[in-house]
Design a protein around this ligand. Structure first.
Ligand SMILES: Nc1ncnc2c1ncn2[C@@H]1O[C@H](COP(=O)(O)OP(=O)(O)OP(=O)(O)O)[C@@H](O)[C@H]1O
Length: 260
């Protein structure tokens, strides 16, 4: 009998001992975790816990003070340009050009990522179809609703066909219908393309319903990580929200506890 166990898939993200200080105080303090291919991974924490700072380091926008980040095996410290081709990112603040059409915004992104001109129409058509935006392709972005803008931003972030997408609070500020539609599209993206989705959210009911794996941080440190069901069961609560509240309780001042 073959004694070798099946090889675990190479993580899309492998983070080891990541740290960042502001004004001499750690806001990210020795994070280690990995994200498997094709999963929806939710990175949770109270306000000010260090989620956005971590995403900025994972997306090469901020250099870590310590630690190592591998993306599909590529070391961000030594080859950030190559690593950038492997991910897309959508931050909380909209970065679309409001005066341009959806298609023009997509074209700009293709140009930025040096996608050959001949391939751009097909890529753009595919991204529009995946997020049910085809009939909005010639709309000026400023005329779109918040939910549509968010879908446009996510679809745009996929034009260079990244294996991984970072979404910082993707459903923040959207009405229930728009949130549900967005999740439907994210699930489609995961099912059809196997895209790994790394997100932050304060909507823990959504995370419980849609994510497979969760890491919870508090004051820059991981307090738990694992499968959603395992965390709920381990903490002996009825919901992820209850588990989260018990895991991050204490002084109740995570928001103000980190350096400003
Ligand atoms: N450029 C900066 N200079 C100094 N302190 C900063 C800077 N950016 C963030 N911080 C501080 O670092 C801490 C972590 O911030 P971060 O934005 O990463 O938290 P977060 O978990 O994303 O919070 P939220 O859920 O509110 O978005 C906070 O105390 C914040 O005030």
């Amino acid at each position: 009998m073959n004694q070798t166990s099946p090889q675990a898939p190479c993580p899309v993200i492998a983070v080891q001992d990541l740290a960042k200080k502001y004004a001499g105080k750690h806001v990210v303090d020795g994070l280690s975790f990995s994200v498997s291919p094709g999963e929806i991974f939710a990175f949770l924490g109270p306000n000010g816990a260090g989620k956005t700072t971590t995403i900025k380091m994972l997306t090469t926008l901020l250099p870590p003070d310590e630690g190592r980040i591998l993306m599909n095996g590529i070391d961000l410290a030594t080859d950030p340009m190559e690593a950038r081709r492997h991910f897309g990112v959508v931050f909380q603040d909209c970065t679309l050009d409001p005066a341009m059409t959806v298609r023009e915004n997509f074209w700009m992104h293709c140009a930025f990522y040096c996608i050959p001109r001949a391939r751009r129409p097909e890529r753009i058509a595919h991204a529009l179809a995946l997020f049910a935006l085809t009939d909005r392709r010639d709309s000026i972005v400023s005329t779109l609703s918040g939910g549509l803008k968010r879908r446009v931003e996510i679809a745009r972030a996929l034009l260079h066909q990244p294996a991984l997408i970072f979404l910082d609070e993707p459903t923040l500020g959207l009405d229930p219908q728009s949130r549900r539609t967005l999740w439907d599209h994210l699930q489609l993206l995961q099912a059809r393309h196997g895209t790994t989705i790394f997100l932050t959210s304060h909507y823990l009911d959504e995370v419980e319903r849609y994510a497979q794996t969760v890491a919870v941080i508090k004051k820059g440190r991981i307090v738990t990580q694992g499968a959603v069901a395992a965390i709920i069961s381990h903490t002996a609560h009825a919901s992820l929200e209850d588990s989260f509240l018990s895991l991050t309780a204490e002084d109740g001042a995570a928001e103000d506890g980190a350096a400003k």
